[in-house]
Design a protein around this ligand. Structure first.
Ligand code: TMP
Ligand code: ASP
Length: 234
């Protein structure tokens, strides 16, 4: 990848030019950060796991009729994707209480929500990705109300597909984060779907098999990531 022009390097990925102007190559790194970059480390083979899990889940979603940026794989840690005009929002879907929803509401971790909760966060590292309501999104002119509505309904549809997919493999999809962008005038799912961006618990033991093992120093981080890859490939 080193000969390709690097367009952008983030905390977990490097983005390179593709073979065509409307394509990008995304290389997944083993670097891990948490708490807006305050905690740093490496997870062995994380880049391989996150790239391959994302490829599989994007393929499952495409088959269910959800447009995504995924085009194919280049190597074990690099995906070929459509270049999107990204919307600077993180769309989080929650099926059970965990993480910041536990902190914000005091509801016990693991509590099943009657309806999925969809939240919007402003993708802005300098501000620490704050939670926004729909009025904030409008005031910041991040997306018009009809687009916010489309993001919410697409996120719920993705949740239905992925919750079923993980349940069939013995995993509970507790919550996850999505990012969307525009391919011409078509709303497309971008970024990644991986143990970095999802909370996944074993159905039988409720063991955490995601980045919370790194965030909370629970040990067995690389093993958990590898286990997710093995189950997703079933
Ligand atoms: P939270 O409970 O910390 O708000 O996280 C909700 C979900 O979003 C969880 O599955 C982890 C994911 N997430 C990201 O992918 N990136 C982030 O920067 C954060 C804070 C959460
Ligand atoms: N990805 C974020 C960071 O790098 C936060 C997280 O996943 O906990 O800090």
């Amino acid at each position: 990848m080193s000969q390709r022009a690097l367009l952008y390097e983030g905390k977990a990925k490097k983005v390179y030019v593709g073979d065509r102007p409307d394509e990008l190559w995304v290389e997944f790194k083993d670097d891990a950060t948490a708490f807006n970059g305050q905690k740093r480390g490496q997870i062995a083979d994380k880049g391989i796991v996150n790239s391959q899990v994302s490829a599989r889940l994007f393929t499952v979603l495409e088959q269910a009729g959800v447009p995504t940026h995924y085009l194919g794989t280049v190597d074990e840690r690099t995906l070929r994707v459509r270049r999107l005009r990204m919307i600077p929002l993180e769309v989080v879907v929650r099926n059970r209480v965990a993480g910041s929803l536990h902190q914000r509401t005091g509801l016990a971790e693991g509590t099943a929500l009657k309806e999925p909760v969809v939240e919007l966060y402003y993708k802005n590292d300098a501000l620490g990705d704050p939670l926004l309501n729909d009025d904030h999104v409008r005031a910041l002119e991040l997306a018009p109300p009809a687009v916010v509505e489309a993001l919410r309904s697409e996120a719920r549809r993705i949740n239905q597909v992925l919750s079923r997919f993980f349940a069939d493999r013995g995993l509970i999809l507790v919550d996850f984060k999505l990012e969307f962008g525009w391919d011409q005038d078509r709303l497309c799912l971008g970024d990644e779907i991986s143990p970095d961006t999802c909370r996944l618990w074993d159905q039988a033991t409720l063991e955490k098999l995601d980045k919370d093992r790194f965030r909370r120093d629970l040990g067995g981080v690389a093993e958990a990531y590898r286990q997710v890859l093995a189950r997703v490939m079933q």
